[in-house]
Design a protein around this ligand. Structure first.
Ligand SMILES: Nc1ncnc2c1ncn2[C@@H]1O[C@H](COP(=O)(O)OP(=O)(O)OP(=O)(O)O)[C@@H](O)[C@H]1O
Ligand SMILES: CC(=O)N[C@H]1[C@@H]2OC[C@@H](O2)[C@@H](O)[C@@H]1O[C@H](C)C(=O)O
Length: 387
């Protein structure tokens, strides 16, 4: 029988709902599930060219575009993703596989509230172009197979979290805070633990805060570095309570969301509410930050079978010290740290996850967790584009 040669050096490419740039990870992967091992050789975030970022944010905000513009932007995104893959490899033997998430520009989850039989999720930056430009087999379009079996197509990282971050005794929550926040609840590894994992999108991560900072600085700044600006204000709790009464926060998981809900229109509504109470700019930022922290903790208390013994943060929001402090306070003394302490880069975990999903695709291993996405079954994720 012909020997199957497994790809081990894989590049993961991801741009999330913050649309800040292409998180790129070059990793060495071995094992399959409980023996899965990932070594990060290089990680870099390559910022989008400013005009491309502005265009993507505008499309995410509902701008109508022609088919020609869609095709053009699809391939512009693929081109910068391919460049990211080429740059990350400099000084290393070439990778054998790329897993590219692409750029989400539209996400309509399945669910009775949307009256649609199947969800719809569109990631631009087609894999065929990335494969062609890099000369490396590329797996992309990870969300569609899960959606086809009734899932949300998100979040997809929980299965990777399960094999890289679960513990034999400890209950853990892995909390990603990107543009949108999402959690993976990991019970201790024991009989049936995989089926007891939970995962869902908690709501806004940094998306509203980034919009606020950009608004108050006339576009000069795109985020609140280390949370320093919000830390100089105080949250206005009646507003946080009012915002938390919104339907999304009370929907039971599985559930997913995006900038369609927690995007520019939502931000202007928040701003209007803040103006009604005459809040200062630092107080607006502190109140919006509090919504992120409170929506995360509120969802744990409402939906988890038990509170975690430890929360491990990842994504850019983990670097917002004020947000981290607010999480610690709201979680009563549950320790909040980052996945870095477990040896997994918090900045590149999502990019690493899409490298692992591509590797699993190559091995024919399912990538979704039906408990997290709501799919009817486990499925192998992604479409492979060769040369
Ligand atoms: N030093 C920092 N202080 C505060 N916030 C930061 C810092 N660095 C990054 N961020 C925040 O993190 C965001 C980027 O996070 P990340 O790259 O995880 O998002 P993403 O991958 O686009 O999102 P998603 O997980 O929703 O797909 C920035 O937009 C910013 O708000
Ligand atoms: C449709 C989409 O792109 N969803 C993202 C987004 O960003 C965070 C959250 O919303 C999560 O559900 C998902 O990304 C991660 C990588 C996931 O699928 O696990």
């Amino acid at each position: 029988m012909k020997e199957i040669i497994l790809p081990t050096r894989v590049i993961g490419l991801m741009s999330g709902t913050s649309v800040d740039g292409i998180d790129t990870a070059l990793v060495e992967i071995s094992g399959r599930d409980l023996d899965l091992k990932v070594e990060l050789l290089a990680g870099e975030t390559y910022p989008y060219p400013p005009q491309l970022r502005t265009k993507i944010l505008s499309i995410c905000g509902g701008e109508q575009i022609s088919m020609l513009e869609l095709a053009t932007i699809d391939d512009e995104i693929a081109t910068v993703f391919a460049q990211a893959a080429q740059h990350i490899q400099v000084g290393y033997p070439p990778a054998t596989l790329i897993g590219s998430h692409g750029q989400t520009v539209y996400h309509r989850p399945t669910g009775e509230e949307n009256h649609v039989p199947l969800g719809y999720s569109l990631q631009l930056g087609r894999g065929a172009v990335i494969a062609r430009l890099t000369g490396i087999t590329t797996v992309s379009n990870f969300r569609v197979a899960d959606i086809a079996v009734g899932g949300h197509g998100a979040p997809l990282v929980p299965r990777v979290d399960a094999f890289l971050l679960s513990h034999f005794q400890e209950v853990r929550c892995i909390q990603n805070i990107g543009g949108i926040g999402n959690v993976t609840y990991l019970p201790p590894r024991s009989d049936g633990w995989l089926g007891k994992i939970m995962g869902w999108d908690t709501g806004p991560g940094n998306s509203l805060l980034d919009l606020a900072v950009s608004h108050f600085t006339n576009g000069q700044k795109s985020y609140d570095q280390n949370g320093a600006w919000a830390a100089s204000g105080s949250p206005y709790y009646p507003l946080v309570k009012q915002w938390l009464s919104q339907d999304y926060f009370h929907l039971p998981p599985p559930k997913s969301t995006g900038r369609e809900l927690f995007g520019v229109h939502y931000f202007y509504q928040c701003l209007q509410d803040c103006n009604h109470y005459d809040l200062s700019i630092p107080d607006v930022l502190a109140t919006i930050t509090e919504l992120t922290a409170a929506s995360i903790v509120h969802s744990y208390r409402e939906f988890l079978p038990q509170m975690p013994q430890q929360v491990l943060l990842c994504g850019g929001g983990g670097r917002n010290l004020y947000l981290k402090k607010r999480l610690e306070v709201l979680l009563d003394s549950i320790p909040v740290t980052t996945t870095d302490v477990m040896g997994l880069s918090s900045a590149f975990k999502e990019a690493i996850a899409f490298a692992v999903l591509a590797y699993w695709k190559h091995l024919g291993i399912p990538g979704n967790l039906p408990v997290a996405t709501g799919a009817q079954q486990e499925v192998v994720l992604g479409e492979t584009h060769g040369l």
